[in-house]
Ligand binder design. Structure first.
Ligand code: AHG
Ligand code: MN
Ligand code: MN
Length: 325
């Protein structure tokens, strides 16, 4: 029984909580690899210009976007910690064109899809950024290959994200349970601060890039107008920060398709699927505007999708306006 005033640590949570429930300890090792990696990333985030980690590498990634030095650094850190966990068979990463097949076949291997640094445009201006992870269990006896990563979001066993904001918060979702942990900079450990997160019934905010309004189709413009008439606008420009606020306070995030982005801007496998998983376990929803995000059968590792994410009833209302045409 923990001492009075003791906060459960993430390590205690994933070893006690799941062992009681019979989960194997492989998933605990994967979660701790993500936590360890995020401690190293947040140190670089906090040092930023002092550690000379700002600015770009000069490279263009598979997304056609300029690679920030912190994109690359965080990608390297998480590939290292996940590969060394002993329970990850393959990694898909926004910053790496091809899947990373981890050497040696791990029996209970997990497949991790990640956005190692989300909100890159905010790195140099000290605005909240984050990291996002979707976790699947490889099929029994499967020798993983590139196609092993193309799994629908509804087969995820867990999803987690980290927000490097005014505090560093790791949110972990498994079936029907979402919990938040805050990094204690003194001890370097994540402590349970948000047990059993459920998205509030009341929607308070809507988050969308209003600058795109003129290139939306008419039904989507109408849907955004309805949100604008009802809710306060909050838009950080880092998906994971916008989502975290909406998860705790009630809100909806929308990055629809537009004339310039027919498939939307955000990536299915390591942005929409993991956050869609978290949203649904917390009582929310995630849609493309036409179908449930987690039912999409992926065709490519880096494919994009429109994303409407947050309070279930507001997502459903928004989808019905878009579908009505
Ligand atoms: P990333 O930095 O991983 O490329 O993600 C950036 C994404 C997402 O975090 C955010 O919601 C969106 O880009 C913002 O796009 P706009 O600048 O077009 O609004
Ligand atoms: Mn991102
Ligand atoms: Mn990114």
């Amino acid at each position: 029984m923990p001492a009075a005033g003791h906060r459960t640590t993430l390590q205690e949570y994933v070893t006690s909580e799941w062992q009681d429930k019979g989960q194997n300890d492989g998933l605990a090792a994967v979660i701790m690899a993500i936590a360890d990696g995020s401690c190293r990333v947040q140190q670089q985030v906090r040092q930023a210009a002092l550690a000379d980690v700002l600015g770009t590498t000069g490279e263009i990634n598979v997304q056609g976007e300029i690679v920030e030095r912190l994109d690359k650094a965080s990608s390297d850190i998480f590939v290292e910690t996940l590969s060394q966990s002993g329970h990850v068979a393959a990694i898909g990463c926004e910053e790496i064109e091809k899947p990373v097949i981890v050497e040696g076949d791990v029996a209970d291997g997990y497949i991790v899809l990640m956005d190692p640094l989300d909100g890159s445009s905010n790195i140099d201006v000290a605005v909240s950024i984050g990291s996002i992870f979707g976790i699947w269990l490889k099929r029994p006896g499967e020798t993983v290959n590139d196609d092993s990563l193309l799994r629908p979001g509804n087969q995820q066993v867990a999803a987690t994200y980290v927000v490097y904001g005014s505090s560093t918060v790791l949110v972990l979702a498994t079936k029907n349970k979402v919990s938040g942990f805050t990094l204690d900079p003194e001890s370097g450990a994540f402590a349970l601060t948000h047990p059993n997160i459920k998205i509030p019934a009341e929607c308070a905010y809507y988050s969308t890039n209003e600058g795109n309004n003129k290139v939306l189709d008419k039904p989507t413009q109408k849907a955004i107008t309805l949100l604008r008439d009802k809710y306060s606008q909050r838009y950080v420009g880092s998906l994971v920060a916008d989502f975290h606020r909406n998860l705790l306070k009630g809100g909806i995030f929308a990055y629809p398709a537009d004339q310039n982005r027919k498939d939307g801007r955000l990536r299915l496998m390591y942005e929409a699927n993991p956050l869609g998983f978290v949203a649904e376990q917390a009582g929310g929803a995630a849609s493309t505007g036409y179908e449930r995000i987690m039912d999409i059968v992926p065709q490519q590792l880096h494919q994009r999708t429109p994303l409407i994410l947050g309070n279930k009833d507001v997502v459903e209302e928004t989808v019905s306006v878009i579908k009505a045409g």
